[in-house]
Design a protein around this ligand. Structure first.
Ligand code: PLP
Length: 371
């Protein structure tokens, strides 16, 4: 077998497309022949289906996950002078959205076991200026929403779930996105549910908020050329919605495949020196990523690369140490858990169609590294 045929990609979106090709092509062809590219009926269909999937009442599609976060904050009238608490251990978009609306991001360190927001540290970070908490369901595992909901209620704060890595996962039986006032999802191609380009969506049970979000994403208008507020052009394209309608029907099965891949890794890595993902009680994760840890992460990643096995690091530089956030005034040591993770974490190949042979080869190569 050639090296190429044995290579293991980190993600393989073309394998998924091959499995749904006829349905996707037909859905896209329908949009092309109707040529209703902006807010066509597929957008509404997808919004209704996704709201139902999340056990919420309303969903509003937008043009990216980052837009979804920003629009969520704007819909809650969060702006200059306000503080918003979120994870130091997240993708930077969560924090950028807070900055875009003029509010101040307040970062909080991670729980050393689940890598999600530590509720005790969230409570300690609340000030009279705090307006909202944005827990991130990192790598597909829900954050401790019980604690987050208690804190939000006690301190009268908005709760926005960043569920961009966790479509379909559950906390105590409840779908992510349905527990906060607003739930935000990226639909970036490589997410558990992904469009064929940039897209995002916001879910809620609050009709007034849904209406405001609809205005914000479409020039402040629901009736053409009548503008109630100053909105944006941040709509979900009809073509993306048509693809997403096809894909949503497969999401639970794909997530189950991801859990099966994770179970195989868990089993095969049992006796390895790696720390494998810990799953909190009462959650059903969806393994957007399968993240292991080892102090010689860089050596292991290089060894795997030489064996044509692709891995990732999510994320190599914590937000508070990024030049973009130098003005928050943080220094090394401020978020010790996040900083330690950044040096040790490695995301192994993970996608629903990942062949068992690829999992076995990845694990065998990891064993070779430690020999
Ligand atoms: C992907 C992601 C985003 C941003 O989504 P885009 O669609 O890329 O704008 C936000 N938050 C988290 C946690 C993400 O993983």
């Amino acid at each position: 077998m050639s090296v190429i045929s044995q290579s293991v990609p980190f993600v393989d979106l073309s394998a998924q497309y091959a499995s749904i090709k006829d349905d996707v092509n037909a859905a896209m062809a329908r949009v092309l022949s109707q040529s209703n590219f902006i807010l066509g009926k597929e957008v509404n269909q997808f919004e209704e289906a996704f709201a139902g999937y999340c056990d919420t009442d309303f969903a509003v599609g937008v043009d990216s996950g980052t837009s979804a976060l920003e629009i969520a904050l704007l819909a809650l009238d969060i702006g200059p002078g306000d503080e918003v608490i979120t994870a130091a251990n997240t993708f930077i978009a969560t924090v950028l959205a807070i900055s875009y609306c003029g509010a101040t991001p307040v970062l909080v360190d991670a729980d050393p076991v689940t890598y999600n927001l530590d509720p005790n540290l969230v409570e300690a970070a609340i000030t009279p200026r705090t307006k909202a908490i944005i827990p991130v369901h990192l790598y597909g595992q829900p954050a401790d929403m019980g604690a987050m909901m208690t804190l939000a209620e006690r301190h009268n704060l908005w709760l926005i779930e960043d569920a961009s890595q966790a479509h379909g996962s559950r906390f105590e039986g409840q779908r992510v996105g349905s527990m906060g006032h607003l739930g935000v999802f990226s639909l970036y191609p490589a997410k558990n549910l992904g469009a064929y380009g940039d897209a995002g969506i916001i879910v809620t049970k609050d009709e007034a908020l849904a209406h405001k979000i609809r205005l914000l994403r479409n020039y402040g208008s629901t009736v053409k050329y009548h503008h109630d507020i100053r909105g944006f052009n941040r709509r979900l394209d009809t073509l993306h919605a048509a693809v997403l309608n096809v894909k949503l029907r497969h999401l639970d099965r794909w997530n189950a495949c991801r859990r099966a891949v994770a179970a195989q890794y868990d089993d095969l890595l049992q006796d390895s020196p790696l720390i494998t993902p810990a799953v909190a009680d009462q959650v059903e994760p969806v393994y957007h990523l399968y993240v292991v840890r080892h102090p010689d992460r860089d050596g292991l990643q290089q060894f795997l690369r030489e064996a044509a096995i692709s891995t990732g690091i999510h994320y190599p530089v914590p937000i508070h140490l990024q030049p973009a956030y130098a003005d928050l005034g943080h220094k090394e040591g401020d978020f010790p858990v996040t900083e330690k993770l950044a040096g040790e974490i490695l995301s192994l190949p993970m996608y629903p169609e990942l062949p068992t042979a690829a999992i076995q080869r990845t694990v065998a190569t990891i064993s070779d590294f430690f020999k």
